[in-house]
Ligand binder design. Structure first.
Ligand code: MSP
Length: 520
């Protein structure tokens, strides 16, 4: 069975989970579910990034020791993942013993090997330069701007401070050519294309060696054989992707999942994943992940989402207000994945009423109610389908080929658009065949038309279920589709639901409808 290993970034525990976090993990969840339904052996990893100065500071502000603090906030992220119905296989915390061992061994492996220029990959020196705690990143003078009050800030807006301390360095500069070669030979390694070009330009501009240890605080993984140093939090954090598949036990069955098929990240953390991480892995002699996709950022009604502006969108509130699956749908349908997007309640209500309540919801409600009333609550006999009926059903089932390509490209909005074209076709099929008329003129044909439509809905629900698993499970329950009959191997008219299958009772609407003013 082919494997599929997909990862989310691990979330900093200095903050409460918000819509941005939910968005990244949602994208991975939909991919994980799609691949599972498509017969793959999937490993879906998420978790929390718990070391570093930022977390240490956040804990100190609350006068709590960092471990108690991280226990609490990490749990909030786990709660979010459960509330959003994310089907993760593992939730890693960087404070776990398995991870600390893994980081120390990865460090040793890198340190023992030479760079492509025959020099030690790790050396001790002194760091003197700018550091932004908020980004947990080092910046050069040229990358800084004047911020409010004449203070120096990074291009991300994060305040920087000057630090000078002994530090181990990773010889990143020696890896420039290998990185560029990898990008050239693997054009799909970084997506979308525009972001790939940015990374290539950055690396072509030359790389500085990277400071990978700190001595002025303690909240981190100790550097092996030098207890004055802790590891730079990004080296620690990135290592989670291999820890979770068994590193350093490369004989472990889990290691079979490496290299990851996809690291999903936000655009703000692409450099860490597409430059530093591949360089660390090459230095350690490990295979590189197959792809890194950087998605865009959400703003709230036109404004950057930030705690200080006070416009953070709480995913728990949203799901209470609109329902979970509608939110999952909206986030992936509204904005081309990879672009930035603006969140607005108006747009949300408009889309949910149009695409879900009207298009998909009405289709199911109309067809299943007609079957319930006119066919004794059972999937009717097909009476031999006509060519157009087969074409209709298999047209839906057949779009799995194109969907696979779109999902491999993380084009979620296009995948949903494609499925919804077929939802539109199904509604047209209802109107054109008017089964309510046939009831009087040709009851057998009415039954074939309703049978065809039920099959259409079953196939549409199969394709939609990675995006809206609960809502589609309700469709399946209403139609009597068993739990083990919900994989993509059941697509198509040759896997049809048996005539005579009992509906679960009087059909209930699957999607809520909202008043326009609820979006104001
Ligand atoms: N801890 C690091 C990642 C380490 S991975 C080895 C980190 N954590 S984070 O909690 O700050 O951010 C995690 C993810 O949330 C990032 O992918 C980021 O892009 C995403 N988002 C945070 N705010 C966002 C929006 N407003 N919109 C969309 N995604 C955003 O970075």
């Amino acid at each position: 069975m082919s494997r599929y290993y997909v990862t989310t970034p691990i979330y900093y525990v200095n903050d409460a989970p918000h819509i941005g976090h939910a968005y990244t993990t949602l994208a991975c969840d939909v991919l994980a579910r799609f691949m599972r339904l498509d017969g793959k052996d999937v490993r879906f990893l998420t978790g929390t990034d718990e070391h570093g100065q930022k977390v240490e500071k956040a804990a100190a502000e609350k006068s709590i020791d960092p471990l108690t603090f991280t226990d609490e906030i990490s749990q909030n992220f786990r709660n979010l993942a459960d509330a959003m119905n994310f089907s993760y296989d593992d939730f890693i915390r960087t404070t776990e013993a398995r991870h600390i061992t893994s980081c120390q061994i990865l460090w040793r492996t890198i340190a023992e090997r030479d760079s492509p220029k025959g020099r030690k990959n790790i050396y001790l020196d002194k760091y003197a330069g700018w550091y932004a705690v908020r980004d947990e990143a080092f910046y050069t003078e040229g990358e800084l701007q004047d911020g409010p009050g004449g203070q120096k800030v990074a291009s991300t807006g994060a305040a920087v401070e000057w630090i000078e301390e002994p530090s181990y360095f990773f010889r990143l500069s020696d890896w420039q050519e290998d990185l560029l070669r990898h990008y050239a030979e693997n054009p799909d390694f970084i997506a979308p294309k525009s972001r790939r070009n940015e990374v290539v330009k950055f690396v072509e501009g030359g790389l500085n060696d990277l400071s990978i240890s700190r001595t002025t605080f303690n909240w981190g993984v100790p550097v092996p054989d030098d207890e004055d140093h802790i590891m730079y939090v990004w080296l620690d954090a990135l290592t989670n992707y291999v820890t979770a598949v068994g590193h350093p036990n490369v004989d472990d069955a889990l290691w079979e999942y490496w290299p990851a098929d996809l690291h999903m990240v936000g655009k703000d953390i692409l450099r860490f994943h597409a430059v530093y991480w591949p360089a660390f892995l090459m230095a350690a002699g490990f295979a590189l992940p197959k792809r890194v996709f950087a998605h865009g950022w959400w703003t709230n009604e036109g404004q950057k989402i930030s705690k200080s502006v006070g416009n953070v969108i709480d995913p728990f509130d949203l799901t209470q207000r609109y329902g979970l699956d509608p939110i999952r749908y909206f986030l992936l349908r509204q904005v081309p994945f990879g672009n930035d997007g603006d969140f607005s309640h108006k747009a949300m209500v408009h889309r949910l009423n149009g695409d879900l309540a009207n298009d998909f919801g009405n289709l199911c409600q109309r067809v299943l109610s007609m079957i319930f009333r006119n066919c004794a609550g059972k999937i009717p006999p097909s009476h031999g389908l006509q060519e157009e009926d087969f074409a209709f059903i298999n047209g839906i089932a057949g779009c799995i080929e194109e969907l696979r390509e779109l999902m491999e490209a993380q084009a979620f909005h296009q995948a949903l658009e494609l499925i919804w074209q077929h939802v539109g076709n199904a509604n047209r099929y209802v109107d054109e065949h008017a089964p309510w008329e046939l009831r009087k003129t040709n009851p057998d044909r009415m039954e074939s038309v309703l049978y065809t439509l039920a099959e259409g809905i079953r196939n549409l629900a199969l394709l939609t279920s990675p995006f809206m698993p609960d809502a589609m499970a309700r469709v399946f329950e209403q139609m009597g589709v068993d739990v083990d009959q919900r994989g993509f191997d059941r697509l198509g008219s040759s896997n049809a639901l048996a005539s005579g299958t009992q509906l679960a009772g009087k059909p209930q609407p699957i999607f809520p409808r909202f008043l326009e003013e609820e979006g104001d």
